[in-house]
Design a binder for this molecule. Structure first.
Ligand code: GUN
Ligand code: FE
Length: 427
């Protein structure tokens, strides 16, 4: 059994009381066993936090690792044109190696900016490469191949046969679900209703029940997307997903900006989860999600950066600030306090993934997914009476992340990511 002791940290637990504890953490293998001041424990490895801030790792509930290499493409297009003109042709051009390096680059950036769990959506092909990169990086991830057996202007290389799409997803699931000590899970990823036949979606519904895994899709991101769904299926997005029996607690909807009352009611009553992607929603001019209202309704909402071309980086610090700013400018300064935002980035994400008993906070019995932030700031030092929640949400940057641990393993230390050098190795 490997043991670690992190000494002398300011621990933002993100537990139900948002407690901050000054002290130590004892970790055995991948589990937090003890938290307290001056723990009297022997450990194989002792890490002196030197009074730095220890936070749970961020949980990002919508990422496309396969798009990391597409950064800087199409700054001025809205969703459907952006997909048709830029993203789908680029995904069609991916090969085994480019998916691997795209994923590794994204994973390095995610770890460097304190993210320890992702819900990811890959492209149609070469998903095996992404899983290999995830396994090597140490990231905790739910991921799957994208599914698209329908839609105009989809490049030939991305057009799938329905049964083949389902079968390939199951093959990947059987190989990767539960891999790496349970750190990797499979999630079915029908891209969005626009690119999926009803037969495919019904197949996903049945298989996700049989294998007890998540379904990760995009819904109600953009007005043209909604119009396409209504024209073809005669229903709004979420109503249609409910109609075919997909609206259940294992369904995670990315964006969900333009929900009407009926759709919000379905999401709430069926326990469907939502991911907010503020940077992407602004850059693609998709719209402003009704996050405060969704939270008030008791709907679980996480945060995700989406793909790199949607917002140009995969940094939760930026997404947290955007989450607050975009609501404040509409609804006033008190609509999104920093505790709520930091909660969405940690426990909120864990709840979206149904992993609230395993990750998202620093509590005894939880998995050791942690980030150590160096917030020392000489020109205001020692004003530590500043609200730490506010400092993390509004002032911290990815450059402040010093050490990251996932599943009890140190994946970044002294700002060096264990796997990052490999991302520079182009064949
Ligand atoms: N909707 C369908 N596919 C995508 C995608 O790749 N990115 C975003 N932001 N929305 C989508
Ligand atoms: Fe997306």
């Amino acid at each position: 059994m490997a043991t670690k002791l992190i000494r002398n940290a300011v621990i933002m637990t993100m537990n139900a009381g948002n407690e901050i504890v000054q002290g130590d953490i004892f970790i055995s293998d991948n589990v937090i066993k003890e938290i307290g001041a001056n723990l009297n424990a022997q450990a194989d490895r002792v890490i002196d936090a030197g009074g730095k801030v220890l936070l749970p790792g961020f949980v990002q509930t919508h990422i496309h690792l396969c798009q990391t290499l597409f950064r800087g493409r199409a700054d001025d297009l809205a969703l459907i044109d952006w997909l048709r003109q830029k993203i789908w042709p680029l995904e069609a051009a991916h090969d085994e190696d480019s998916v691997y390096y795209s994923a590794l680059l994204g994973l390095g950036e995610l770890i460097r900016s304190g993210t320890t769990t992702i819900l990811d959506m890959e492209t149609v092909h070469h998903t095996e490469s992404a899983f290999r990169a995830i396994e090597e990086s140490g990231m905790r991830a739910l991921s799957g191949k994208v599914m698209m057996d329908h839609g105009t202007e989809v490049p030939l290389a991305l057009q799938e046969n329905t049964q083949a799409s389902l079968q390939q997803s199951v093959d990947l699931l059987e190989r990767w679900n539960g891999a790496a000590n349970g750190r990797i899970q499979y999630a079915f990823c029908p891209r969005f209703v626009v690119s999926c036949t009803e037969e495919l979606l019904v197949g996903v519904r049945d298989l996700s029940e049989r294998y007890k895994v998540k379904v990760h899709t995009h819904a109600s991101e953009n007005l043209d997307e909604i119009a396409l769904v209504e024209a073809e299926r005669g229903m709004r997005n979420v109503v249609y997903l409910d109609h075919i029996g997909l609206a259940k607690p294992n369904l995670i909807l990315a964006h969900s900006i333009w929900l009407n009352d009926e759709e919000k009611r379905i999401i709430r009553d069926r326990g469907v989860k939502v991911t907010h992607c503020p940077g992407s929603n602004m850059k693609l001019a998709s719209g402003i999600a009704q996050v405060p209202e969704l939270l008030r309704e008791g709907i679980k909402v996480g945060i995700g950066a989406d793909g790199a071309p949607c917002n140009n980086n995969l940094d939760m610090f930026q997404e947290m600030r955007l989450t607050a700013f975009i609501q404040k400018i509409q609804h006033g300064p008190t609509v999104m306090d920093s505790r709520t935002v930091l909660r969405m980035a940690t426990m909120g994400g864990a709840e979206v993934l149904g992993m609230e008993n395993e990750i998202g906070s620093i509590e005894v019995g939880k998995l050791a997914d942690l980030q150590l932030l160096d917030l020392e700031d000489f020109h205001v030092y020692p004003s530590y009476d500043a609200d730490l929640f506010s400092r993390v949400v509004y002032a911290a940057t990815r450059g402040d992340v010093d050490t990251v641990m996932i599943d009890g393993e140190i994946v970044m230390q002294g700002k060096v990511v264990r796997t990052i050098d490999r991302t520079r190795v182009l064949k």
